[in-house]
Design a protein around this ligand. Structure first.
Ligand SMILES: [Zn+2]
Ligand SMILES: [Zn+2]
Length: 267
């Protein structure tokens, strides 16, 4: 078992999966990031990127859901670990719109929309209301903060062996939310940040619950983040357009990356 702290990018897309020749480089599957930290295998969200997950044989699996919007849970029914008997899968999410994690998942993943509920899969599935306090998953410390998003979204900080990453997807910037995030993410090694919109189009989508790379760079710089990974790409944003957004930062910083499916980052 490795003691490395590693992030695998499985799904980068926001809002809705896309496919086709315009989405080959950055990927079309929705939000899913796999963290390996010793014996812990932690999934941040379960968008359809989770279809590519190949769980290690002897890890403990945890899924941390930011919120219940479709793009963050739509891959759950196809997560291979749920089909494995003798596999324990712990799923955490905060109650939203009056539904706890089990009730919310059961509302979508149950007949007639799908033949099985998540709890009926062969794996030993345990659902957990997100603790209000910080908690730990084995040797991984988990801190949580509420983000600014319609119906809310949880921001997670995972710390393992002195390194930390912060997952701030489905986050809209306001002076208050940015100050709170910069404090929460202070000195993290990696900040995953919602960069769905360009600065030019943001005004049209104010209140939709997403942000821009420019603001992400400001927040990440204020937080003194080691690297910033932009995530939750707009479903209509082509590879060419994402490359152009990436080039805007060329020469200014080497801290910025736009998430591509298949990326592997060692912390
Ligand atoms: Zn989303
Ligand atoms: Zn959302």
């Amino acid at each position: 078992m490795s003691n490395e702290f590693e992030l695998n990018v499985l799904g980068t897309r926001g809002s809705m999966p896309v496919n086709g020749k315009n989405f080959l480089t950055y990927g079309g599957a929705t939000s899913c990031y796999r963290i390996l930290a010793g014996n812990e295998e932690i999934y941040l969200d379960a968008g359809n990127g989770i279809l590519d997950a190949r769980p290690e044989p002897n890890t403990r699996i945890t899924i941390l859901l930011t919120h219940m919007h479709l793009d963050h849970i739509i891959g759950m029914p196809f997560f291979v670990a749920l089909g494995q008997a003798n596999r324990r899968v712990d799923i955490y999410a905060k109650e939203r719109a009056g539904l706890n994690v089990t009730e919310a998942l059961d509302r979508l993943i149950s007949p007639p929309f799908w033949p099985l509920k998540v709890g009926q899969y062969p794996a030993d599935v345990a659902f957990h209301e997100l603790p209000a306090e910080n908690f730990s998953i084995g040797a991984v410390a988990v801190d949580v903060m509420e983000g600014s998003h319609p119906l809310g979204s949880t921001i997670y900080k995972l710390t393992y062996r002195g390194k930390s990453l912060v997952y701030a997807t489905d986050f809209e910037h306001t002076p208050e939310s940015c100050a709170a995030l910069a404090g929460f993410a202070k000195d993290c090694d990696l900040l995953l940040y919602d960069a769905q919109y360009t600065a030019a189009e943001y005004d049209k989508y104010r209140g939709f619950g997403h942000s821009t790379p420019q603001i992400g760079f400001e927040v990440g710089t204020k937080a003194n983040a080691g690297k910033i990974l932009f995530v939750h790409h707009d479903p209509r944003r082509t590879d060419e357009e994402l490359s152009a957004m990436e080039r805007e930062f060329a020469g200014r910083t080497d801290k910025i990356m736009f998430a591509k499916t298949g990326d592997k980052i060692l912390l």
